[in-house]
Design a protein around this ligand. Sequence first.
Ligand code: HDE
Length: 682
Amino acid sequence: MDDKQNINENSKDDQLEQYRVDDSGKDLTTNQGLKVSEDRFSLTAGERGPTLMEDFHFREKMTHFDHERIPERVVHARGFGVHGEFEVYESMKKYTKAKFLQEPGKKTPVFVRFSTVVGFRGSADTVRDVRGFATKFYTEEGNYDLVANNMPVFFIQDAIKFPDIVHAIKPEPHNEMPQASGAHDTFWDFVANNQESAHQVMWLMSDRAIPRSYRMMQGFGIHTFRFVNEQGKSHFVKFHWVPKLGVHSLVWDEAQKIAGKDPDYNRRDLYEAIEKGDYPEYELGVQIIEEKDEFAFDFDILDPTKIWPEEDVPLQIIGKLTLNKNVDNVFAETEQVAFHPGHVVPGIDFTNDPLLQGRLFSYTDTQLIRLGGPNFHEIPINRPVCPFHNNQRDGYHRQTINQGKVAYHNNSLAANTPDAVPKEKGGYEHYQEKVEGKKVQARSESFRDHFSQPKLFWNSMSEPEKMHIKQAFAFEVGKVKNKSVRQQVVDMFANVDLELATAFAKDIGAEPPAKGGSTVTQSSPALSQENTAKVAMTRKVGVILNNGFNHMDVKTILDALKKEGIHMEIISAKQGKVTGANGEQLTVDETFTTTDSVLYDAIYIVGGSGEDKKFHKDANKFVTEAFMHYKPIGATHDGKKWIEENDMMNSKGVIATDNVQEFVDNFTIAIAAHRHWDRELI
Ligand code: HDE
């Protein structure tokens, strides 16, 4: 094992390089290194006879294949991992001694895995669900894992309920339906009978549950952790990732269609962005509360169903994460990476949040079954980049060859090494929090208020966001077959907001609640996606062209949009080239058959003089569907007639003009706006 100390942003890549193998151009061998002369026919007794046991190559190949699968993660099975680096903006020395957070400019290699939670490994990306956002920092003091979600609260307050919530939301056991969805009886039965879930359910019914891109969603560590500084002083801390591209979502109809048209939509988006050099960036923010203020809030800061409103506890931006490399092999890296909230470094510690405490047990336990034994830390993606030595030995698939005869402590034969390291020299010391109390199975009264913060969330939503939440409840609870469960859900959410509960009660044939509604009137603007960053960069525009298009103008427009960092795909009736009025040609990227309106952020329709009935119909479908999903639509030249025909001329986000500069400017602004909800509110 190499004991190199000079760790930088390339250290993980350098380490992985030792394990990379390029098989191309090589001789075919067995796993024992024997050259193989025949790989198409097994060894048989005669050309028409039975296969012989003796065929070791056949047996080895088939046996390996038979054992290719490992159990998928019990939750977060479907994920996509990428490499990157984290750079510190501001030293956190005042709060933590964690070495990777001390010096501005310091870079640490990271591996990030994004995921959905509920669906099986082969399920669609764009389902309504929480998203995982797990980051492994390969620091000089060992691996630090920030295992986060894209929503800042959780369904339950105590880890003991985790198997229950997961059993309730996963497909029902008698028929294994529905896949990757909470829209069924057992999930909503769980919700109504575990009312601490109210806050997370509000987030789950919101647009946050259908992110446009992993590049456009936040990450939250959820729990309250501790920062501990060199002097041993502790502060409570919450971690946030804030995407530079802003937080943006799909609309529900679109999300469902994408699930069929391109189930890999979110992973493809991330993969392609990195391949194109559009490296996704997220800033790391921390909210910090002093120990003396532990009880200064009207909620318990240990309760994972609560946020710390950013208006009360400001977010301090301290660094930047850049994702800049796709994996070489999804199984070796993404599937085998093993995260654990208990992987901490000196200066980062836990609190008594009862959800966090249970997670500290679950993650190692799950890796033991999933990765087949206690040596998963030796898998290349999981290995720390700093040295690691101890007396742990043996077990399935052990790779390290520990030399010598001493595997115990204390010893004299190896001068009592490997030896513990005093905290002054970097040994981890658990924060010496004073704890006392009777052993009880009970929850503090301070965890009891389940409805004030959901109401704060509701109050903070813009009108379109509120409308989407109502529609989501109507869909999800509308799928529940059991009438009593539907009614219980209505009655529960009446405690949050009467208007909300009444609205979806009507849609699902339940009794509207007579009374209810939390009295909270505050809102937190930071919670609304309307207040997020809005940029056109990296958005994908479908450009509909037909033969006979105005080449000069179109070329100028496409070049100008490209300069804004916008990506375009030319869509036409047939693959090959499309020819402009003056004979110039452009290459067609996709056809009406191979792609779909839902796969673009915006549609720009140019058309062309040579169109026929079929082209007209197909192009019309793209434009009207984009309109229905509130997307920006651009039209120039022959394309303008689609806008007139569909009566879209004066709609927000529809830019139809032959003035090239005006078109480019306004279309770019319309793309940056993401969606034009005014159309929905009419
Ligand atoms: Fe997890 N969670 N979780 N979780 N979680 C897992 O670990 C668990 C929770 C999160 O990309 C599992 O390796 C319990 C909160 C992410 O590999 C498992 C509880 C948050 C990932 C597990 C929670 C998360 C996981 C399944 C309640 C956000 C994917 C496979 C006490 C802060 C990591 C695995 C990846 C994965 C247990 C709650 C985030 C079974 C018991 C809260 C992002 O160990």
